[in-house]
Design a protein around this ligand. Structure first.
Ligand code: 5GP
Ligand code: MN
Length: 350
């Protein structure tokens, strides 16, 4: 670990995080049984950070397993180590035992235990030390050790700093690929305001260490199925502008999803298209899910309007200032009415 070296402190970590890294370093002195858990419906940042950490810990002689609460999109399956991810739905008994026997449980890219879905109670009841690394706002107080920083672009950028501080020469090509993927996806390809010069330095270093940036972009963004592109067409044709407000919303019914042969992950990124419109700074998508009897909602904003607060207050959710999610247990029609009512209440904020 290079914590004693002033340049490492300055380069990679703030004072609070130095404490986190030194505690973590102590915990990792001896080989341990470790589980790493991303949030449900894991995205590039959640899976990228989980797999990067797994590769790092393996290299250091530990026994880590990544456990996903549920499935994830096909476009993330190129990530090195993906095939070894355990899924609760496929091997519940094995997963339960792994979590109960773990000496350390990392929860990555989330800060509310319910985001681990069916794993929530199992994590709570395990005696393993819980370690949170996350960049969402308002962290819950469930972990024994936490590195939480909502100003960071991604959990992958935070983990990059942590690994660099633990052992500056330990980033392999696999780790670089996983971390690059998470930083790229959570920054909207380096365009969101959370992208700093430090983010670009981290990414430049990851490319030097073997991340194939061009290949990763292509795997994530240019691997749509024909039916996904058709579904995007349906979504955009359902786009509605709220009169007199800089707000748009889109909807997808279960019938439309079925018609376009919906596969998990197909709607990822659709909500962002609303912000392509000139003068729009709040976009929402509402997606019907007959199985879960829920409407899944995603919110994106530009500038000062906080979709994190909006999701928390009106739709049981949360996230970041400019990117958040939530859900409604009402019908799609009633959810649209509720959405419009909520906008009416807060219209002065725009
Ligand atoms: P997405 O719209 O892509 O599902 O999620 C956007 C952001 O909001 C992500 O950072 C995600 O972790 C967070 N998020 C999505 N859904 C929920 C939710 O139901 N509850 C909370 N607390 N956060 C959510
Ligand atoms: Mn993230």
């Amino acid at each position: 670990m290079c914590l004693e070296q002033t340049h490492c402190k300055i380069l990679y970590l703030s004072t609070m995080d130095i404490k986190f890294v030194s505690e973590l370093d102590k915990l990792l002195i001896k080989p341990k049984k470790i589980v790493i858990i991303p949030h449900r419906n894991p995205d590039g940042d959640a899976l990228g950070s989980s797999l990067a950490l797994k590769h790092y810990l393996e290299k250091k002689g530990h026994q880590p397993s990544v456990i996903s609460p549920n499935g994830y999109p096909n476009f993330l399956k190129f990530l090195p180590g993906e095939s070894e991810i355990l899924k609760y739905s496929l091997t519940p008994r094995d997963v339960r035992n792994k979590i109960y026997n773990a000496e350390i449980i990392f929860t990555l890219d989330f800060n509310a235990l319910t985001r681990a879905q069916d794993l929530t109670e199992i994590i709570k009841n395990s005696s393993g030390k819980k370690i949170m690394i996350d960049h969402h706002e308002s962290p819950e107080n469930y972990s024994d050790l936490q590195y939480s920083d909502p100003s960071m672009s991604s959990t992958c950028e935070m983990l990059y700093n942590v690994i660099k501080a633990l052992d500056s020469n330990s980033i392999t090509q696999k780790i670089a690929c996983c971390l690059y993927t998470g930083i790229m996806t959570d920054t909207g390809s380096f365009k969101y305001p959370s992208t700093t010069s430090e983010t670009h330095k981290a990414v430049a270093n990851l490319i030097e260490l073997g991340a194939d940036a061009s290949k990763i972009h292509q795997k994530i963004y240019d691997s749509s199925s024909f039916s996904r592109l058709k579904l995007l067409g349906v979504t955009l044709s359902n786009l509605v502008k709220i009169p007199k407000l800089p707000v748009v919303y889109m909807t997808l019914t279960q019938e439309e999803l079925n018609f376009c042969n919906f596969q998990k992950g197909d709607t990822e990124g659709f909500v962002n298209y609303g912000l392509n419109l000139d003068g729009i700074n709040f976009s929402c998508i509402m997606i019907e899910n007959e199985n879960d009897k829920k409407i899944k909602m995603s919110f994106r904003s530009q500038g000062k309007f906080s979709v994190n607060s909006f999701a928390r207050i009106y739709f049981n959710g949360g996230g970041h200032h400019n990117a958040a999610g939530g859900f409604s247990l009402d019908s799609l029609e009633n959810t649209i009415i509720k959405f419009k009512k909520a906008l009416d209440e807060i219209k002065k904020e725009f």
